[in-house]
Design a protein. Sequence first.
Length: 200
Amino acid sequence: MPRALAPLLKDIRACRICLDAPDKAALPHAPRPIVQASRGARIAIFGQAPGNLVHQTGIPFNDPSGDRLREWMGVTREAFYDPKKLAIVPMGFCFPGNDAKGGDLPPRKECPRAWRAQLMDALPNIETAILVGGYAQKWHLETGASKNLTDTVKSWRDFAPDYFPTPHPSWRNNAWLKKNPWFESDVLPTLRRRVKRLMA
Ligand code: SF4
């Protein structure tokens, strides 16, 4: 029997696994799990992990990547941050810290292992999930995901409307977006129509 969402979210927000019982190196700061969800949400963003700016504010996608993602979806900030309309469930709920080059580390592996299946069971009304980045694509599409993100996103028709695989909306992917104009011309109009319908 699935757990009720409210106590599950309470447990997630109190989670300290990556500090107290990590697989390898402990999280280099206090955990601050960031997740937005309500049982009625029909659409979700399954992303990677919060960045440092989001870690500071506690608000998911409260950064330029979020601005681009909202533009991709065709939604206002108000609608985006309404948990009754949109669930935001990254693969790792806490900012994982930076690597030696200053980039973000991958989402913590402990997180999906501890929480993801339970949380998916507690969100039975999700009809479409936007899979932002390779980690969420591999988890949710399983063998359907290609090793190469571009190939997975190019095959979006195989997964829609249940899933829309996308690259990360970070400025780091500006070159990717320029090289793959079909993403904006083909994928986004369909995605926007779907979002509009499910968030109405
Ligand atoms: S990343 Fe996930 S598993 Fe690790 S401390 Fe945060 S909520 Fe817990």
